[in-house]
Design a protein. Structure first.
Length: 108
């Protein structure tokens, strides 16, 4: 039985599969790499959505998908971060710092 995004399994209240799918779809929209907004705006919108959803589903007694969602979300945010700062030179300088000068000197 499903009602307002909750599903009743036995004597537990859990997220419905449809609600979990909608949650992930909205997160994908907010963390899309082609969405050209600042990271600060993206974080603000993402935080607003996640806090609202987690408060709504706090009634649920099923926490198994939460750590998996957290890992998935962090991976998507890292991707957004790197997409935001990555042009070829910026990536190299962000990863290596000032070592690029030393690497170039040793190659001569």
């Amino acid at each position: 039985m499903e009602f307002l995004g909750f599903c009743f399994r036995g004597n537990k209240i859990v997220w419905s599969d449809k609600a979990l799918h909608r949650f992930k779809h909205r997160i994908k929209q907010l963390t899309g790499r082609s969405w050209s907004v600042s990271l600060a705006y993206r974080y603000r919108e993402l935080r607003r959505y996640i806090v609202g959803r987690m408060n709504y589903f706090a009634l649920s007694e099923y926490y198994r998908p939460i750590p998996e969602l957290d890992e998935w979300l962090r991976r998507r945010m890292r991707c957004c971060y790197w997409t935001d700062i990555c042009s070829c030179n910026i990536c190299i300088h962000a990863i290596l710092g000032d070592q690029t000068v030393a690497v170039a000197a040793h190659q001569d």
